[in-house]
Design a protein around this ligand. Structure first.
Ligand SMILES: Nc1c(NC[C@H](O)[C@H](O)[C@H](O)CO)[nH]c(=O)[nH]c1=O
Ligand SMILES: CC(=O)[C@@H](O)COP(=O)(O)O
Length: 169
């Protein structure tokens, strides 16, 4: 029953201020990447946010590209898109694990990143997951980034009353 499972998705966040998301894509499998991009763009546009798109050769470059962007530009969040299909050697594990670890490490450092890197056994699994009309994993990754941006803004600028000291401060 490939691709028919459903799961709960949070309602879309709303934003009072501008949001700019960088989509970083590894078009190692061009058609799969294009579907992931379409899903991500639609999700970002659905909340009125802006996006910019850059490409890197493969999934292993995705975390580095995001790190470079974080150091040199001013995005609110990031969507990493790509596809890793198992081959004959152990390289699959390296590409899957290191790309994921790179994104997670930056996430724990406070960056708002949605992970849309498909890690699959074959093309069919990838096609189902990338298709915006089926599993729409690009849209899901964009939604994740947007939810983190909303969370990061939730307490930002929430001024405490003058002279107020939080407990244990
Ligand atoms: N095998 C896949 C790769 N491999 C390439 C690496 O991501 C990387 O670009 C290379 O090792 C140079 O640093 N990338 C994918 O995105 N998908 C694959 O299936
Ligand atoms: C995901 C991969 O690394 C894969 O494309 C590489 O294939 P192989 O293990 O046959 O070299």
């Amino acid at each position: 029953m490939a691709g028919s499972e459903t799961h709960y998705t949070l309602p879309r966040p709303s934003f009072d201020e501008d949001v700019k998301i960088l989509i970083v894509v590894a078009p190692y499998y061009r058609d799969i990447a294009d579907d992931l991009i379409a899903g991500a763009k639609a999700e970002i546009e659905a909340v009125g946010a802006e996006w910019e798109l850059v490409e890197v050769p493969g999934a292993l470059e995705l975390p580095t590209a995001i790190r470079i962007a974080d150091q040199t530009a001013d995005f609110d969040g990031y969507v990493a898109l790509g596809c890793v299909i198992r081959g004959e050697t152990t390289h699959y594990d390296t590409v899957c694990n290191d790309s994921s670890r790179g994104l997670s490490t930056m996430g724990l450092a406070g960056l708002c990143i949605g992970n849309g890197i498909l890690t699959v056994e074959n093309r069919e699994q990838a096609e189902v997951r990338a298709d915006p009309d089926r599993m729409n994993k690009g849209g899901g990754a964009a939604a994740a980034a947007l939810h983190l941006v909303a969370l990061a803004r939730k307490w930002k600028g929430g001024a405490l009353p003058a002279g107020f000291r939080p407990p244990n401060a």
